[in-house]
Design a protein. Structure first.
Lengths: 518, 159
């Protein structure tokens, strides 16, 4: 019997040597004359264990990790093809607490299947949602998504079903589905993981969105920093087209839907939906004023659904299992699950999909295991470069859109960066302003000019020049940026800046700076 | 990639690229990507050819090319090293790592080595935030950068 060995092709695993491991495994199979095949799967998201190699045995999967190329011969010697013990043995991967504690709905297949095998995808529940959708009236699909309580996972948290309804209700000869895969926020990698590890779920979600709203063309706008995700998505679209999942008759139905993969060009601001639309049209990625809403006048002026990767990838399971099933997870107005990304100085960094409602402390301390350096946690930034810094005293905040808003923060794309006590929060605040200055599209003054003045003023604080007066100025400037900017780049940069000042005042006092200077 | 192209070649090849892609909806970025793939940059001589074929102004094409960080007006070094400078990498000592790399290569960020071996660039997130600090060398991703990995990178770009 041919044994299947799984070695991830996920960028994170590749960054830690998975390619060398795969080559070494192939060499050993050849040299030992074994009957085995290698599947390059996605990642399960346990990055401290990557590259994590799995073997499909009669008793189920057996995992080993983190595997280096030099470990491969000894794995074969120990009999890992039969799932035997080795110092790198992790046992049944699904019993590893980090995985066992998750609720994997959107990421149900990621790390388990061959990402580009449509057969594998279907064998693990894929296409069931789309099959239901082609038999439903568009309005019923939209209603199902609305009732599931799904909100935009890109950061804004806008109800997905309401967006779809607007597009459905707007008559036009052409409509578009645009997937925002410009995942530029530091600490986030959920979009990348799903595109590399289970691309068909995104294809399926987009096809469902097309049928629901009457759109026949979809674009996935992927950032150029993700070459592996781009290659996998391109291939997945080809496979789906050949299999009739995309095309003039989606799954044999009268519905037409096709899609194209487009590549960004290194502009962070193109993650903002209106600048993304401009970029797709071949223009400078400058933000558009709203209204008109993209749902009414979006890409090329046509009604457009623009959703984040995870929002669209969560749709197939909602259609398959029903709105009630999905809605049963979560708390308050935050329904379903959210893929939390634990990043930075984390002992157990990776992707943790769970229902809303865990506290920040549970995520950081229990699931993430605190810092990898072993030093105390000083701050965590939630929601990427535009998200607030939280001190441990706020670790009782539940992971929920409204709860974070109430604490002057945001969930964003659910990335969490952990910092230990060596972090200098003045430096982090300055970086937030600097990043905004580098990435500002330049259309509105508060963002374009405010960010540069913010850097200069924080430099004065750091130099001990009238710190109180200059901090008051930063606060005033943040207020202008927050309320005067056109989009979230300028509008949310005040979150990291003001939260750093508010929660870590000691880093902004002359005394701290005097000590730092010594 | 660093070969010199005569401007007539550039104009001719640009016209071919534009012709192959102009039926796409919103073809400008795909065209610029393909030109950069071919020439290692978006050559200034290509702009009027694109403008003419797409029936837009030179200024519009120029505006787009200069808006995006990815497009170059001259080819990079033989290797391109992008080092992540964003928060998750900062939390793992990324700033110190960036300084070490810069010192080891003898160039600053946004600079190309005098021998044309390598261009060093900052990047704001590679999505490798759970294996920080991270970098990308010619499209190959590298996680958990340390002194040993920096040595390997330096050797590779110098070989």
């Amino acid at each position: 019997m041919t044994v299947t060995i799984y070695i991830p092709r996920d960028s994170g695993a590749l960054a830690l040597g998975a390619e060398k491991v795969a080559k070494a495994v192939a060499r050993e199979i050849e040299a030992r004359g074994l009957e085995a095949s290698i599947v390059r799967n996605g990642s399960r998201g346990l990055y401290w264990l990557e590259p994590m190699v799995e073997v499909a045995t009669e008793a189920g999967r057996a995992a080993y990790g983190p595997v280096a190329a030099k470990d491969v011969a000894s794995l074969f010697d120990a009999g890992f093809m039969e799932g035997r013990e080795h110092p790198l043995s992790l046992g049944d991967p699904e019993k590893i607490p980090f995985l066992a504690k998750q609720t994997r709905l959107t990421f149900a297949r990621c790390g388990i299947t061959d990402p580009l095998s449509l057969e594998d995808y279907e064998a693990h529940g894929g296409l069931a949602g789309l099959r239901r959708a082609v038999a439903m009236a568009p309005l019923d699909i939209v209603t199902t998504v609305t009732e599931s309580g799904l909100r935009g996972r890109g950061g804004a948290g806008f109800p997905t079903g309401i967006k779809w309804k607007t597009v459905l209700d707007t008559a036009a000869e052409r409509k578009y589905i645009v997937c925002n895969a410009d995942e530029g926020d530091s600490a986030t990698f959920a979009d990348r993981m799903i595109m590399e590890g289970d691309p068909f779920v995104l294809v399926e979600g987009m096809a469902i969105a097309g049928i629901a709203t009457g759109a026949t063309k979809g674009f996935v706008y992927i950032r150029s920093e993700y070459p592996h995700a781009i290659a996998t998505m391109r291939k997945a679209v080809e496979v789906a087209r050949e299999a009739g999942v995309l095309g003039v008759n989606v799954l044999g139905s009268p519905n037409a839907f096709d899609m194209e993969i487009r590549v960004g060009a290194g502009a962070y601001v193109c993650g903002e939906e209106t600048s993304l639309l401009n970029s797709l049209e071949g223009k400078r990625g400058v933000v558009r004023a709203k209204p008109p809403l993209p749902a009414i006048q979006g890409l090329f002026g046509k009604p457009t659904v623009i959703n984040n990767v995870i929002s669209l990838a969560s749709v197939p399971i909602i259609l398959d299992r029903g709105a009630e099933f999905y809605k049963d997870f979560g708390m308050g107005r935050s329904r379903g699950t959210i893929p939390i990304q634990i990043a930075g100085n984390a002992k157990h960094g990776g992707l943790f999909e769970a229902a809303f409602g865990l506290t920040l402390g549970e995520i950081v301390e229990e699931i993430g295991g605190g810092t990898v350096t072993g030093r105390p946690v000083k701050a965590v930034q939630v929601g990427g470069p535009l998200g607030a810094y939280f001190p441990p005293s706020l670790f009782d905040t539940p992971f929920d859109y409204e709860a974070f808003t109430a604490k002057d923060g945001l969930i964003g794309h659910a990335g969490i960066t952990i910092f230990d006590d060596t972090a200098d929060m003045l430096k982090q605040a300055r970086f937030a302003m600097e990043f905004c200055a580098i990435e500002s599209c330049g259309k509105c003054t508060p963002c374009r000019i405010g960010s540069t003045r913010g850097v200069e003023t924080l430099d004065k604080v750091a130099a001990g020049v009238e710190p109180e007066k200059n901090l008051a100025l930063v606060s005033d400037l943040c207020n202008t940026m927050k309320f005067g900017s056109l989009c979230a780049l300028g509008g949310f940069t005040p979150y990291p800046v003001m939260s750093a000042i508010r929660h870590f005042p000691q880093d902004f006092t002359p005394k701290a700076m005097a000590e730092a200077a010594e | 990639m660093t070969m010199q192209h005569a401007s007539t070649d550039i104009a001719f090849r640009t016209a071919q690229v534009v012709d192959g892609l102009k039926d796409l909806e919103g073809p400008l970025l795909p065209i610029l990507h393909e030109l950069q793939e071919e020439f290692g940059c978006v050559p200034p001589e290509a702009l009027p050819v694109i403008a003419e074929a797409l029936n837009i102004s030179n200024a519009e094409v120029h505006g787009v090319v200069t808006f995006y960080h990815d497009y170059r007006n001259q080819p990079a070094g033989r290797h391109v090293l992008k080092v992540c400078r964003a928060e998750a990498c900062q939390s793992m000592g990324g700033d110190a790592i960036a300084t070490q790399i810069s010192r080891a290569l003898g160039i600053g960020f946004h600079e190309t080595a005098k021998d044309g071996s390598v261009t060093l660039e900052p990047v704001y997130c590679l999505g490798l935030c759970a294996c920080a600090p991270a970098a990308m060398l010619d499209g190959e991703v590298i996680g958990r950068l340390d002194a040993g990995k920096i040595d390997e990178i330096v050797q590779e770009v110098r070989s």
